[in-house]
Write a protein that binds this ligand. Structure first.
Ligand SMILES: *Cc1c(COP(=O)(O)O)cnc(C)c1O
Length: 378
């Protein structure tokens, strides 16, 4: 058995196991009381902004864009320094994705680049809180507002982070979370859409459940019978089941602990690697209170691939986050070309995520540090 350290992994406690088992022993497997309980628990971490639980972060993006009402002819301005779903979920609605460049320190969407990219067809400006570090959300809100567009925050990395004293989830018109196994908290697969707008929430809830209308007062044919429900707009089944919501509520009780441990490990890497000439450690901007999802090291002088291979050969599961989204052949085939966002491309060329997760021990982190220092002969 190799003891490969992954770049990220879940932390599951006995309480988490018990929470899931309790639902399995009960009456509800799918949509029952654990769903609304999880949504309420999540809202306690978003400054009270209501949440709609869905089956993944990708589903959350698809639902959020549906709630925003985007379609063919509409433009979505977003960052290429993200997992492809931020862009592909918009493309699946038929909208045109417009990539704007990132800031070279944080890797987050550059408000000036976003401002230059908006047109009168822009319906959504979609930022990503890369590695957990919030984007420049006040400026981006201004950019979106001026364009008459909504601000969407893909917070797949940043549940538990805050920006200028306000929690992630309270900053944008639509915020999306992912609860995939490697994220800040997990429901195995899962996600959520958060919004302060009752109208956007209603559209999100409808899209999550086939667009079905059960409220008789809202039905076109209310006299059909007691069984009747009807579809007013197309939707999908993106319902997160009770079993997984119970895990989510249990994980939320551990979120502060996860944040503390991730911060400790982050500081340990910073301290041990800051003096190396061949790398740059991550920056934290003033106003950012970060729950670090990733530790994004920057490897200089074209040596990222060599360091990746050096660490992988030592069973250290480093990862690269991310290939610029428009480098994926599906975007290439639509005419997007390399060179479009030079900062993002440079960021990608240098980026390497070191293992970071709550159950990583100090001595495992030190093993990573020694292997990195060894590579540089330090
Ligand atoms: C993980 C992730 C997603 C997709 O979430 P899933 O739950 O894996 O579908 C979207 N955007 C970003 C930035 C992510 O990191």
């Amino acid at each position: 058995m190799s003891d490969m350290l992954p770049y990220g992994r879940q932390s599951i406690s006995e309480e988490d196991v018990e929470a899931v088992a309790a639902v399995l022993r009960g009456d509800w497997l799918t949509t029952g009381p654990a769903v609304s309980a999880f949504e309420a628990d999540l809202a306690a971490h978003t400054g009270g902004t209501p949440a709609v639980a869905v089956t993944s972060g990708t589903a959350a993006l698809h639902v959020a864009y549906a709630a925003a009402g985007i379609g063919p002819g509409d433009e979505v301005v977003t960052t290429p320094m993200t997992f492809v779903a931020t862009a592909s979920a918009a493309a699946l609605h038929g909208a045109t994705v417009v990539f704007a460049d990132v800031e070279s320190d944080t890797g987050n969407l550059d408000p000036a680049a976003a401002r230059a990219a908006v047109t009168d067809r822009t319906r959504v400006v979609a930022a990503v809180d890369y590695a957990g570090h919030p984007a420049e959300l006040d400026e981006l809100r201004g950019v979106a507002g001026t364009a008459g567009a909504l601000l969407l925050e893909d917070a797949a990395h940043s549940v538990g982070s805050a920006w200028r004293g306000r929690p992630v989830g309270s900053l944008a018109d639509l915020t999306t979370f992912s609860f995939f196994a490697t994220k800040n908290l997990t429901t195995a697969e899962g996600g959520a859409v958060v919004s302060p707008s009752e109208e956007l929430l209603a559209r999100a809830r409808a899209f999550r459940n086939h667009g079905l209308v059960r409220d008789r007062a809202a039905q076109r044919h209310p006299d059909e019978g007691g069984w009747h429900q009807e579809v007013h707009a197309f939707g999908l089944n993106y319902r997160l089941p009770d079993v997984l919501c119970a895990l989510g509520s249990s994980q939320l009780r551990r979120l502060e602990g996860f944040k503390r441990r991730r911060a400790e490990l982050h500081a340990r890497y910073d301290k041990a690697l800051a003096d190396l000439d061949g790398v740059r450690t991550p920056v934290t901007r003033e106003g950012a209170d970060v729950l670090w999802h990733l530790y994004p090291l920057r490897v200089l002088d074209g040596r990222r691939r060599a360091l990746y291979e050096h660490l992988r050969a030592r069973d250290i599961g480093v990862q690269v986050n991310y290939l610029p989204a428009y480098w994926h052949p599906v975007f290439e085939d639509l005419g997007y070309r390399r060179g479009l966002c030079p900062n993002a491309e440079r960021f990608y060329a240098e980026q390497l995520s070191l293992p970071l997760y709550p159950d990583l021990t100090d001595s495992e982190a030190d093993r990573v540090i020694e292997a990195v220092r060894d590579f540089f002969g330090a």
